[in-house]
Design a protein around this ligand. Structure first.
Ligand SMILES: Nc1ncnc2c1ncn2[C@@H]1O[C@H](COP(=O)(O)OP(=O)(O)OP(=O)(O)O)[C@@H](O)[C@H]1O
Ligand SMILES: [Mg+2]
Length: 272
């Protein structure tokens, strides 16, 4: 299954030992395609962070397999290098180094990967531009707003051009406007760089911006669905209206034309 960037097979994580065993993950099997933007939702304690940590090789599963680009994580010898090259992490708490400015924080993951301070500095500047903070290069984290800090953290996550970004409640501490800006930025990276993104969120508005929602319950995936077209509800209303019916009923050419306009869910709604 090389079309998957990530595949898990019967992934299990049991914390504790003896009598106090917690099945944080209970046989999760899921496949994620390259370029997907996936939201992970579900109640507190359902295993979302545990799953993300396993996918990013921050922790080891008790049982089961994780394949990244077809490669079994268990067989990767140098996990530090794997993490540094393949995965970018963004957490709820931005985890920036308080004594380094924005530019220097973004440089941190490149130090071990890219020799040449000048090249690193140049790349960090590009990334700061990408997250729209070129004018905050010399600011320390405590001189930035929460949303700006999170954007610096995203730029840092991108430093080594990872194929995959794992974000655990990156908007959890932000007001709704800053949260929306962060999601917009992730969407842009997803579309322009093709980065696969998996984001844990409690916010249905955030989940609606993604392609696919996994809902976890008791350590497993209870629901897995594609996110509809943002105008799907309006389209349904149009379909059900007398006008929609008379304009489009049975008109295959009209439906095909709409599909060519990116409204391919409309024919589906019409049942063609
Ligand atoms: N290091 C640990 N040691 C023991 N138990 C743990 C550990 N980490 C998590 N757990 C337990 O595993 C279960 C899943 O935790 P996890 O952090 O994955 O939940 P979550 O879905 O991310 O919740 P939240 O929405 O509150 O962040 C919980 O019951 C938690 O108490
Ligand atoms: Mg969590």
């Amino acid at each position: 299954m090389n079309e998957c960037i990530i595949e898990t097979r019967h992934l299990t994580k049991i914390y504790g030992n003896g009598t106090e065993k917690i099945h944080a993950l209970d046989g999760v099997s899921v496949q994620i395609a390259p370029g997907e933007f996936v939201a992970v939702m579900g109640p507190s304690g359902s295993g979302k962070s545990t799953l993300l940590n396993m996918l990013g090789a921050l922790d080891r599963p008790t049982e089961g397999q994780i394949l990244v680009n077809g490669q079994d994580l268990k067989k990767i010898r140098n996990l530090d290098r794997f993490r540094a090259r393949t995965v970018g992490f963004v957490f709820q708490l931005h985890n920036l180094i308080p004594t380094l400015n924005s530019l220097e924080n973004i440089e941190v993951p490149m130090v071990g990967q890219m020799s040449g301070g000048r090249k690193r500095r140049q790349r960090a500047r590009e990334l700061l531009g990408l997250v729209d903070l070129a004018d905050r290069a010399r600011h320390l984290p405590n001189q930035l707003s929460g949303g700006q800090r999170q954007r610096v953290a995203i730029a840092r996550a991108l430093a080594n051009q990872p194929a995959l970004i794992l974000a655990d409640e990156p908007t959890g501490n932000l007001d709704s406007q800053s949260g929306a800006d962060v999601i917009k930025l992730l969407r842009k990276l997803n579309q322009e760089l093709g980065t696969t993104i998996i984001i844990v969120t409690h916010d249905p508005a955030v989940a609606r911006q993604t392609d696919r929602v996994l809902v976890m319950r008791d350590g497993n995936i209870a629901d897995d669905h594609q996110v509809g077209h943002p105008f799907e509800e309006d389209l349904k209303e149009f379909r059900d209206s007398g006008l929609g019916q008379s304009l489009l009923a049975g008109e295959e050419a009209a439906l095909a034309w709409l599909a060519s306009k990116g409204l391919s869910s409309l024919p589906r709604l019409f049942g063609t």
